[in-house]
Design a protein around this ligand. Structure first.
Ligand code: GLN
Length: 487
C-alpha cells in the first residue's frame, strides 16, 4: 500500500508508475483533487474543476493498464488547461463575461493530443481576460493568487496554469504566450514554463489574441516534464496554416548532453529594469553554465529594447481584428437593443473588461486609415530589426540568457491601475514572440522575500532542443545547490 505522499508530483514519474501498474491514475488524481479542496479557495487557479470527468478518465486509464494496454506517455497525468483553449462541450470563457457559458463544439488540437497520450484533464484555469495582462488580475472572475505568497500575483496572463502547477493541483498545465504569458508567470510561481518556436504547436482551438505571436506551451515541475509534455503536443497539424510541417519536437534525448562546448550569449545592451536580486541570479546562471564547460560570449541586440513598443502596436492591432467576432451574434452573451448596431455596442460594452477595451481601441487606432503606416507599419519594421539582431546574435551564441521577469512576484493591486507598469513586466519576454524564436523560464533559486526567480533561456527557431539542453544544466546546478544546503 502506498501512502499519499508516495505519489510523485512529476509527470514523468506519474506516467511511468501508472503504466507499470505501480500507481493508479485514480489514486494520483485523488491526491491532486485533495490539494485542490484544501487550497483552491485561497488561490483561485481554476475557472472550472472537472472532477467528475477526470475521475471517469482516470478509471479508463487504469482499466487500460489492467488490460495490458499502454495509455500513452502521459498516462494518468493530471493536466490543467488555460481557459482560452477549446474543450468540446465544456465552457471555455477566456475569463471574459462576453463568452458567457459558450461551449465549443470541438477540442483544441493540444487537448486531443494530451488525451490521446493518456493525460487526465483536471480543469480549466483562470487568466487575464483574453490573455491580456501580466498578473491575472484582469480576469472577469477575480484574480488568482501566488501559491508561494497569496498576497502576491502569480503573474499572467496564464497565472491560473502557473499557480495550478506550483500548488500541485496539476502535474503539468498548458498556457499560451503572446508576449510572455507562460514565461513570466512560470518565473513568478517557480515552475518551468516554455514558449516553443512559433508554429511548433498547433493553435487550432486556441482563442486568438495576436495570431502572429500566440504559442501554446507547458508549465511543469521539471525541465524533463516540460520536455515530455511539449513532445506530446508539438508536431504538424494540417488544420493550422501556421503549423510547421515537421514531426514532434525531440527534446528529452538532449537533456543529458550537458553544457560543455555550448556557446551562451550575454546581451551586453539588454534593457535595464531587472531588480538586483534577479540580476544576481542571472549572473549566477552564467557562472553555473561556464563551470559546466559552456563558453560565455558577449552579443548585442540593439533593437531588443524597442520590442515592448512594437508589441503594444502589433498585438493590439491583431487583437482588435480577432476580437471583432465577439459581437453577440455568434458566441456567448448578448445584450438586446432596438437595432443590430446598438446590440453590438451594448454587448461589447457590457461584455469586455477595461484592459480588453483599451487593446481594441489601441489596435483599431493603429490600423486606421492615415495611421496604419506610421504605427502598425513601423512596428512591423522594428519587428524585422529585432529578428535580424537575434539572427546575428545566434551566429555567435547557441542560446542567450536573460531574466524572465524583471522582478519577483509583486503585491496584488500594485500595478493594477497602471497599465504601463504592467506592460514593463514583458520587457525580456516579448522580443522572442516578435521573432518567433523559442524561450523558456527555468526556476533558479529565490530573490527578495524568498520568492522564486526564473532565468530565461532563448534559442533560435527550431533549436528548442538546444534551449532545453541549457535549461537542464541550470536545473541540475540548482538541484546540486539545494542538496548542498540541506547537508
Ligand atoms: N502581458 C502581455 C500582454 O498583456 C503578454 C500577454 C500574453 O503573452 N498573452 O499582452
Amino acid at each position: 500500500m502506498s501512502e499519499p505522499n508516495d505519489i510523485p508530483k512529476q509527470a514523468t514519474l506519474i506516467s511511468e508508475g501508472v503504466r507499470y501498474g505501480i500507481l493508479s491514475a485514480a489514486q494520483v488524481l485523488d491526491e491532486h483533487l485533495a490539494r485542490v479542496d484544501e487550497r483552491e479557495g485561497e488561490i483561485h487557479a481554476f475557472n472550472l474543476v472537472l472532477a467528475d470527468e477526470a475521475r471517469e478518465r482516470a478509471a479508463e486509464i487504469d482499466s487500460m493498464v489492467a488490460d495490458g494496454l499502454n495509455p500513452g506517455p502521459l498516462a494518468g497525468v493530471p493536466v490543467a488547461l488555460k481557459d482560452n483553449m477549446c474543450t468540446r462541450g465544456i465552457p471555455t470563457t477566456c475569463s471574459s463575461k462576453i463568452l458567457g457559458d459558450w461551449k465549443p463544439p470541438y477540442d483544441a488540437t493540444v487537448v486531443t493530443r494530451l488525451r490521446d497520450a493518456g493525460a487526465v484533464v483536471i480543469g480549466k484555469t483562470n487568466l487575464d481576460e483574453f490573455a491580456m495582462g501580466s498578473s491575472t488580475e484582469n480576469s472577469a472572475f477575480g484574480p488568482t493568487k501566488n501559491p508561494h505568497d497569496t498576497s502576491r500575483v502569480p503573474g499572467g496572463s496564464s497565472g491560473g496554469s502557473a499557480a495550478a502547477v506550483a500548488a500541485e493541483f496539476a502535474s503539468v498545465s498548458l498556457g499560451s504566450d503572446t508576449g510572455g504569458s507562460i514565461r513570466q508567470p512560470a518565473a513568478l510561481c517557480g515552475t518551468v514554463g516554455v514558449k516553443p518556436t512559433y508554429g511548433a504547436v498547433s493553435r487550432l482551438g486556441l482563442i486568438a489574441f495576436g495570431s502572429s505571436l500566440d504559442q501554446i506551451g507547458p508549465f511543469a515541475h521539471t525541465v524533463d516534464d516540460a520536455a515530455l509534455t511539449l513532445e506530446v503536443i508539438s508536431g504538424h497539424d494540417p488544420a493550422d496554416s501556421t503549423s510547421i510541417e515537421r514531426p514532434p519536437l525531440e527534446l528529452r534525448s538532449k537533456l543529458l548532453m550537458g553544457a560543455a562546448g555550448l556557446r551562451v550569449g550575454r546581451i551586453t545592451d539588454l534593457p535595464s529594469g531587472a531588480s538586483p536580486d534577479v540580476q544576481a541570479r542571472l549572473d549566477e546562471a552564467f557562472e553555473a553554465l561556464a563551470a559546466a564547460g559552456a563558453e560565455i560570449v558577449d552579443v548585442e541586440c540593439p533593437a531588443f529594447g524597442y520590442g515592448l513598443t512594437a508589441y503594444y502596436l502589433i498585438a493590439p492591432a491583431e487583437a482588435s481584428s480577432n476580437l471583432a467576432r465577439f459581437d453577440g451574434v455568434r458566441f456567448g452573451s448578448r445584450v438586446t437593443a432596438p437595432d443590430t448596431n446598438q446590440m453590438y455596442m451594448a454587448t461589447r460594452t457590457d461584455g469586455f473588461g477595461a484592459e480588453v477595451k483599451r487593446r481594441i481601441m489601441l489596435g483599431t487606432y493603429a490600423l486606421s486609415a492615415g495611421y496604419q503606416e506610421a504605427y502598425y507599419g513601423r512596428a512591423q519594421k522594428v519587428r524585422r530589426l529585432i529578428a535580424n539582431d537575434f539572427a546575428a546574435a545566434y551566429a555567435k551564441a547557441d542560446v542567450l540568457l536573460t531574466p524572465a521577469s524583471p522582478t519577483v512576484a509583486f503585491e496584488v493591486g500594485d500595478k493594477a491601475s497602471d497599465p504601463l507598469a504592467m506592460y514593463l513586466c514583458d520587457t525580456y519576454t516579448i522580443p522572442s514572440n516578435l521573432s518567433g524564436d523559442p524561450g523558456m523560464s527555468v526556476p533558479f533559486g529565490t530573490g527578495d522575500g524568498g520568492l522564486p526567480v526564473g532565468v530565461q533561456v532563448l534559442a533560435p527557431a527550431l533549436e528548442d532542443h538546444t534551449m532545453f539542453r541549457a535549461a537542464a544544466e541550470l536545473e541540475r546546478y540548482m538541484q546540486t545547490q539545494q542538496e548542498g544546503s540541506i547537508q
